[in-house]
Design a protein around this ligand. Sequence first.
Ligand code: 5GP
Length: 182
Amino acid sequence: MLQDLKMNQILKNNLTKVISLGAINKRLAEIAYDINNRYFSKSPLCIGVLNGSFIFLADLVRCLDIDVEISFIKARSYNGKQKSDIIKFDFFDFDNIKGRDIIIIEDIVDTGDTVTKIRNKMINKANSVAIVALLLKPNKAKLNFEIDWVGFEISDEFVVGYGLDYNQKFRNLKGIYQGIEI
Ligand code: 5GP
């Protein structure tokens, strides 16, 4: 336990802030302005992809003036297969999205596998499916559709903070940080 605490402190000391909370808040206001316009007089269902999106979703929806409903989906691999092979969705009833305008709220698009699979499960049921991602790694992401709103494009390096973890730690850091070798 003490060893873990020491290790986390060492990792934390090596972190460098790459996006400040101030910059995130400014970008969220811009994205929210767009979402308010696009969904004027509609009531979209915002679906946060757990766990990493919980802070992003909470901050973004509080910038919105339109009526929204909020739900969460958890994507996880199972049967020991690689993450990209089979993804099972928890906490979610896909029947609830029939005819709805959906906004998928994702913390980070890395390869794009997770968001692609979630979108594919929804696209034929929902009235519309849009995606907002706080972060996108453009050199790694392989997508055959547009992400409607991207907060920030970043390099391929692993990041933590603002909901994003390393071994479940560092989600509560206020900005986005680099410096962890994985
Ligand atoms: P993808 O399916 O796009 O490859 O990866 C999506 C998920 O992988 C994200 O929702 C996140 O949980 C995790 N992930 C990808 N890149 C990073 C990163 O740089 N930092 C952290 N903390 N998680 C990441």
